[in-house]
Design a binder for this molecule. Structure first.
Ligand code: CUA
Length: 321
């Protein structure tokens, strides 16, 4: 990267980027206005009341209306900023229902992505322009942070728990991808790029490599290989474990009387730490698969388990972190 790449402000390349910028510039404007006003007042009063200047120095008690006015006047500005920025924040937190889901696994020190078709890539992410993309992210080791300045998108990537970030790219091009959380000696090299392409180019790119299986298909094979069905058979059979059919998105009652939504984070946890949340009516019998399955394989299994709940669940949104 040469100095020709240097820009004071990143490009505006996602659907919500300009709304984020508007809040930023408003905040900058308010800050600059008050900084300048206060600095000018300091200079003016410093000169006017300098030593030996002939001015009125009797102590002054401001009237109540003046005291109240500088307490009350900033409130509408701050409340306006609060509601406005909350609205933008919520928009950034809520992916559209039809967003395309791409899996992202971060590790020291790389970004691994998997498209719905199964195609995988490392440190590069190809996405179609004009289509909402939701990344379902997890870390294999420490906390990382997915950051694409041109999209104004930044979200921590945690071990053991899924987080997500969404964006809709508005301009074809190549954009920097950074890790924005110090994650070890090579943190500064944990960079990549997001390549935004036209939908047809994206389709071409997707079909450019064959032999990839979708997460659902790979998950079904893992399910078979590890004989998960022996205990988690269909609801009609007598089984040692709860059935996995139709559970996705439902509230699952647990032995301790609480309940938990059957979403990606819970399903994943129940594979690596089966004893953490036992379903009511069952015993803690399942062996752990911690260390035996990679995060990619866990993603595959969760994707397959979702298909057991029908097509609606397979595209349902993960709960926000
Ligand atoms: Cu990963 Cu910093």
């Amino acid at each position: 990267m040469g100095s020709a790449d240097f820009q004071l402000f990143p490009e505006t390349a996602s659907s919500y980027a300009s709304r984020v910028d508007a809040v930023f510039w408003f905040l900058c404007g308010v800050t600059v206005f008050f900084t300048v006003a206060i600095a000018l007042a300091i200079v003016f009063l410093g000169v006017r009341y300098r030593r030996n200047a002939e001015v009125n120095r009797t102590p002054y008690t401001p009237p109540m209306w003046l005291e109240l006015s500088w307490l009350i006047a900033p409130a509408p500005v701050l409340l306006f900023l609060f509601f406005w920025s909350s609205q933008v924040y919520l928009e950034m937190q809520r992916p559209p229902a039809d967003a395309m889901e791409i899996n992202c696994v971060a590790r020291q020190w790389m970004w691994k992505f998997q498209h719905p078709s199964g195609r995988r890539e490392i440190d590069e992410l190809h996405v179609p322009v004009g289509r909402p993309i939701r990344l379902k992210m997890i870390s294999e080791d420490v906390i990382h942070s997915f950051y694409v300045p041109a999209f104004r998108a930044k979200q921590d990537v945690l071990p053991g728990r899924f987080t997500s970030v969404w964006f809709e790219a508005t301009k074809p091009g190549t954009y920097h991808l950074f890790c924005a959380e110090y994650c070890g000696t090579q943190h500064s090299k944990m960079v990549g790029s997001v390549k935004v392409m036209s939908p047809t180019e994206y389709e071409e790119w997707l079909s450019g490599k064959t032999g990839d299986v979708s997460p659902q298909v790979a998950g079904a094979a893992l399910f078979e290989q590890h004989r998960c069905g022996t205990c988690h058979g269909p609801s009609t059979a007598q089984t040692r474990g709860p059935t996995l059919e139709g559970i996705y998105g439902k509230m699952i009652p647990l032995v301790d009387g609480t309940s938990v939504p059957a979403e990606d984070t819970y399903l994943r946890e129940s594979i690596v730490r089966p004893g953490a949340k036992i379903v009511a009516g069952y015993q803690n019998l399942m062996p752990t698969f911690e260390g035996q399955l990679s995060e990619e394989e866990l993603n595959d299994l969760v994707a397959y388990i979702k298909t057991l709940s029908g097509p609606v669940a397979a595209t349902a949104k993960e709960a926000q972190p």
